[in-house]
Design a protein around this ligand. Structure first.
Ligand SMILES: CC(=O)N[C@H]1[C@@H](OP(=O)(O)OP(=O)(O)OC[C@H]2O[C@@H](n3ccc(=O)[nH]c3=O)[C@H](O)[C@@H]2O)O[C@H](CO)[C@@H](O)[C@@H]1O
Ligand SMILES: C=C(OP(=O)(O)O)C(=O)O
Length: 426
């Protein structure tokens, strides 16, 4: 085993490529839906149960933070029980906060629950600058007093009453921040130009199940009548639309056939449009998605990432891997994050021809990728490299697999069940 690890790190994956992936698969619960739901649990002095919760590193990290704050948690299979009856602390240490981006939305929940909060600066995948200015602006607009230090952000909610805020730019996290902060305030809050990603709607649904009064998530204009009594609730985390897209890319890059048993219907339309342009064929039948990628060989002249319902930035790297073996030249424009093309350099080590210029990548499709030693430097880029390895001739050693574990619960096992040849080294 060690002989494959000429590279120093042990979180590596060995992939032998070249087989079409064929078969049927269930999609795990959504990371980006589960994390704000876990933050929402903090608002309630009681128990929240999240069924179908993904058992991934980011969820475990959020669970650990909640436990640090005083929550009791336990798992029954994929059901995560969170009892926030006894939240003692209102301080999230920098060492926890820096492990992931979503930690920052706990500030709004802490303000709702404890009327104060201190939190280290969030970390997570380095795909751009990712400032928190919009998070702080919406909280200030609702009346929070905020201080920033080198270690983090402190906020006081004593004068918070709710209010109106127009986001100058759409942000998923800052929209969640505003909602979470407003739910327990005595007044009415109106948020305009909100993100319209499905995860916002799922958060709204869950909060309303808990007794809150939140509306408008689908319109981008969200209204929260704050101060309702909250109650225990059980909620199902929806299937992960990004994992579904990643698995469809796996079938496309290997020209396989995939059935998704529980597709996030309606949430992957933008991806499916591009998939069809590549020559992929699909149909929905009895709630399942049947995708045939045997002819998904065409280049796509131009794809750009956009806020929902546009093409999601989180699928940009997996798509790039697929287009690296398409017939012809494709272009991708990344509009959401300034530094999300790192994977291109690693794909080029595998024989791809990708040129990056600013926010655009030009991808000249090649006949075959070849196995190589490559490094994942962030979550979706890591998944894209795994897909490239599954299509490549020969052996790929992918290091940095811990990034992939942030968001994919069983990607290796799933790929193996579809016929992929993958081994993990720990
Ligand atoms: C846990 C989670 O749900 N993560 C998702 C969330 O991240 P996240 O919530 O961090 O993404 P945002 O929607 O906030 O970011 C969009 C853009 O706004 C910028 N920005 C954001 C906040 C802020 O205060 N100031 C600011 O300038 C960001 O740098 C980025 O350029 O949405 C992204 C965009 O769909 C996805 O890629 C992430 O997977
Ligand atoms: C960028 C992502 O996540 P996060 O916002 O948690 O870093 C992602 O899921 O692709």
């Amino acid at each position: 085993m060690r002989r494959y690890l000429g590279v120093q790190r042990v979180d590596a994956i060995r992939i032998i490529g070249g087989r079409p992936l064929e078969g049927s698969i269930y999609i795990q619960g959504s990371k980006n839906a589960a994390l704000p739901m876990m933050a929402a649990a903090l608002l309630h002095e009681g128990t929240t149960v999240l069924h179908n919760c993904p058992r991934i590193a980011d969820v475990f990290c959020m669970e650990e933070i909640l436990r640090e704050l005083g929550a009791d948690t336990f798992w029954e299979e994929h059901s995560l029980h969170i009892d926030c009856s006894r939240i003692g602390k209102s301080h999230v240490d920098q060492n926890y906060a820096k492990k992931m981006r979503s930690s920052v939305i706990l500030l709004g929940a802490l303000l709702g629950r404890k009327k104060e909060g201190t939190i280290g600066y969030p970390g997570g995948c380095v795909i751009g600058q990712r400032p928190v200015d919009l998070h702080l602006r919406v909280l200030r607009c609702l009346g929070a007093k905020i201080w920033q230090t080198e270690e983090g952000i402190s906020a006081d909610a004593k004068e918070m009453t709710g209010g109106e805020f127009i986001f100058p730019q759409r942000s998923v996290g800052a929209t969640e921040q505003g909602i979470l902060a407003a739910v327990r305030l005595p007044g009415v809050t109106k948020l305009y130009n909100c993100a319209q990603e499905p995860e916002i709607l799922w958060l709204q649904k869950m909060l309303n199940e808990m007794g809150a009064d939140v509306s408008g998530a689908q319109s981008g204009q969200i209204c929260i009548y704050g101060g309702n009594a909250l109650r225990d609730c059980e909620f199902w985390v929806p299937p992960d639309r990004i994992v579904a897209g990643t698995y469809l890319c796996a079938s496309a890059i290997t020209r396989g056939r995939l059935t998704i048993q529980n597709p996030p219907v309606g949430e992957i339309q933008a991806f499916l449009e591009v998939y069809r342009k590549m020559g992929g064929q699909y149909e929905f039948n009895s709630g399942k998605l049947l995708a045939d990628s045997r002819r998904a060989t065409k280049a796509v002249s131009f794809v750009e990432t956009k806020e929902y319902p546009g093409f999601p930035t989180d699928l940009q790297s997996p798509l790039m891997a697929v287009l690296a073996v398409a017939d012809g030249v494709s272009h991708i424009r990344e509009n959401i994050f300034e530094d999300r093309f790192k994977t291109a350099w690693e794909l080029n080590k595998m024989g791809a021809t990708i040129q990056v210029s600013g926010q655009e990548a030009r991808i000249e499709g090649c006949q075959n990728l070849r196995g190589a030693t490559v490094e994942a430097r962030e979550l979706r880029g890591g998944a894209a490299l795994m897909l490239a390895g599954l299509a490549a001739d020969g052996e790929t050693i992918l290091t940095g697999s811990a990034y992939i574990d942030r968001g994919y619960e069983r990607i290796c096992e799933d790929m193996i069940s579809l016929g992929g040849r993958i081994e993990r080294y720990r």
